[in-house]
Structures are given as C-alpha cells and as structure tokens.
Ligand binder design. Structure first.
Ligand SMILES: Cc1cc2nc3c(=O)[nH]c(=O)nc-3n(C[C@H](O)[C@H](O)[C@H](O)COP(=O)(O)OP(=O)(O)OC[C@H]3O[C@@H](n4cnc5c(N)ncnc54)[C@H](O)[C@@H]3O)c2cc1C
Ligand code: FES
Length: 290
C-alpha cells in the first residue's frame, strides 16, 4: 500500500526555466529602435532582495511569444528595480515593444559571470563602449560611481554614430562636469550641429586618457564587433595586460544555464563562463567574436 505521494519530492524541485512575473514600471524610447524598460518584482521584499553583478544578463519572456537574453543596465547599488535597454530586431523584441506600463513580463536569472568586481576594486578603469554596449556597461559605471572610494581613476569612453544614436545621452552628458570621473563622449558624425563633446571614433578618445598605470588598469569593453579590432590595437599600444581587458560578448543563447549547448564555443559555455571574457580567452577562442 502506498501511503504517501511518490511524486511529492519531485514537486518540491523548483523549475529553473520558470520565469518570475515582474511589472513594467516605466518605459520610454532611448533612441529610435531601443527602448528602456524599468521593471520590478510584484513583492516589495523580493524586489529589495534582488541580487546581481554588472555584466550579468536575464532571460526575459513575453508569455506565449518566447524569451531571450538581455543585459542588465541597472546597478545592484540601486536596489529594488531592474533596468534593460531592448533593441527591436525581431519577433520577441517587437512583442515587448507592444507592452504598456503596468503590464507583466517573465524574468529568470541573473545568469553569466558578470564583471569580477573584487578584482576591479583599487584599480583604474577605462570603461570603453560603442553603440548598444552601453546597456551592460551602464550597470558597471553606475556601480563604480556609487562606490567611488573603492576604485582608482575612472575613464568612461563612449562612441555612437550620431548624437541621436547615443543611449542615455542626457545622463552621460551630465557626467562630463563631474570631477570624479573622466567622461569622454564622441560621435562619428554630428547631425545636430549642437553636439557639445567630441567628434570622431571612440579610439581617438584614448589620446585624452592620461596618468594611468597600465599594470594597474582594467578595461571593460562592450560594443559592435567592428569596434574591437581598433580598440584592442590601442590598448596593446598602451600596454594594458591582456588579462585585464574584459570583453562583454554576445552569442546566441537558448537556456542561459548551461543545458542546451547553443552557446558553446569549443569547451566554453558562454552563458556560464561568459558573457565577460578576457582578451586572453578571445585570442585562444577566436570564434568568441563573430
Ligand atoms: C548575453 C546577451 C546579452 C544581450 N543583451 C541585449 C541587450 O541588452 N539589449 C538587446 O537589445 N539585445 C541584447 N541581446 C540580444 C538579444 O537577445 C536578441 O536581440 C534577441 O534574442 C532578439 O530576439 P527577437 O525574437 O526579437 O529576434 P529574432 O527574431 O530572434 O532575430 C532577429 C534578428 O536578430 C538577430 N539576432 C538575434 N539574437 C542575436 C544575438 N544574440 N546576437 C546577434 N544577432 C542576433 C537574428 O539573427 C536576426 O537577424 C543580448 C544577447 C546576449 C546573448
Ligand atoms: S545557452 Fe544553453 S548552454 Fe548556454
């Protein structure tokens, strides 16, 4: 005679693929095809308990449509909310663009290794960004600014094609006047005639980076693949050690937790071992950059 449910233990096992529903608090367009989403768990204590590292990502779903990975743009130093920048490129992202404030989305994570904050502390940083790379690196920048005493000199170098294509343009322009961060912004072309910062490629901004000790400097980078070649050349000229160049890379992902194998490059699961890789990793695994 069976006197207890044989599946009781199975029912207690939580499903790692089950998303948690969160509410969209705020959304607005950052640029033409990129929308900012601020979301929050339904329960206030759960919201305050959210924990993650800059450089990690979440799987975001619209139930009945699908899910995909998105970098976290908010900082764990500002608890209670999660922020994302989402570019409309296809089926899922178009459906997310149709959602309104107060609607729900599914979220699971955080996943990935994120930036090694403990190793970055006490060092100088040159945070280098191109285009949509601002999504993950804004998280790191906010974290560093909120914990300013724990880091050395901070450079933030961000290049966009035009002023209209710069994410968080106003937020970053406001940083230019701060004395505790060197915020260097550039656009390839000024289509407004009123752009108050630099014009030229992001690599040109390195001419304004002064007084750093390469051995004591980490360079977190995220941008389009085309940016890496010229930036990496500059960093090697500056004698930044390869293991201190930290690249936030995107690969096609499905599960985000090391099960499906979609993101594997040789022996690396980019959803677990990445998305942050050192330049040494990339040299040894050329397929990491498309
Ligand atoms: C770790 C990680 C972090 C990411 N962070 C962000 C982010 O912060 N903001 C953001 O907008 N996007 C981010 N992405 C990309 C995002 O996951 C894809 O854009 C999303 O899957 C598109 O879904 P879709 O159904 O709308 O488009 P689909 O219909 O699946 O695809 C539309 C087009 O986009 C291309 N595409 C889809 N996924 C990728 C990808 N991973 N890399 C390159 N091309 C792709 C397809 O080849 C196709 O041409 C991230 C991806 C990864 C792996
Ligand atoms: S995304 Fe499935 S194993 Fe990495």
């Amino acid at each position: 005679m069976i006197d207890e449910d044989p599946c009781a233990d199975l029912q207690k096992i939580s499903n790692p693929f089950q998303p948690e529903m969160m509410r969209i608090i705020r959304k607005f367009d950052l640029i033409d095809d990129v929308r900012f989403f601020q979301i929050r768990p339904l329960n206030a204590s759960r919201a305050l308990a959210l924990s993650y590292k800059p450089g990690q990502f979440m799987m975001i779903s619209n139930l009945g449509v699908g899910e995909a990975p998105f970098s976290i743009s908010s900082s764990p130093s500002r608890p209670g909310l999660l922020e994302f920048c989402i570019r409309k490129v296809g089926h899922l992202t178009s459906s997310l663009f149709r959602l309104k404030e107060n609607d729900f989305i599914g979220v699971r994570g955080p996943y990935g290794n994120g930036f090694p904050l403990d190793r970055l502390k006490k060092h100088d940083l040159i945070i280098t960004v191109g285009g949509l790379g601002a999504a993950p690196l804004r998280s790191l920048l906010l974290y560093v600014l909120d914990n300013r005493d724990e880091f050395g000199e901070i450079y933030f170098l961000y290049g966009a094609k035009t002023p209209h294509e710069m994410l968080f343009r106003k937020e970053f322009l406001d940083l230019i006047d701060r004395e505790d961060v060197h915020c260097l912004l550039t656009v390839d072309k000024d289509d407004t005639g009123k752009w108050p910062a630099n014009i030229g490629f992001v690599t040109k901004l390195f001419e304004q980076v002064k007084g750093i000790d390469p051995k004591n400097t980490f360079v977190p980078i995220c941008g389009p693949p085309i940016m890496y070649k010229s930036v990496l050349k500059k960093l090697l000229e500056l004698k930044i050690p390869k293991h201190q160049i930290l690249m936030n890379l995107e690969r096609r992902m499905e599960c985000g937790i090391g099960k499906c194998g979609h993101c594997v490059v040789k022996h690396l699961y980019t959803c677990i071992d990445g998305p942050v890789f050192t330049y040494w990793d990339v040299i040894n695994m050329k397929e990491l950059i498309y």
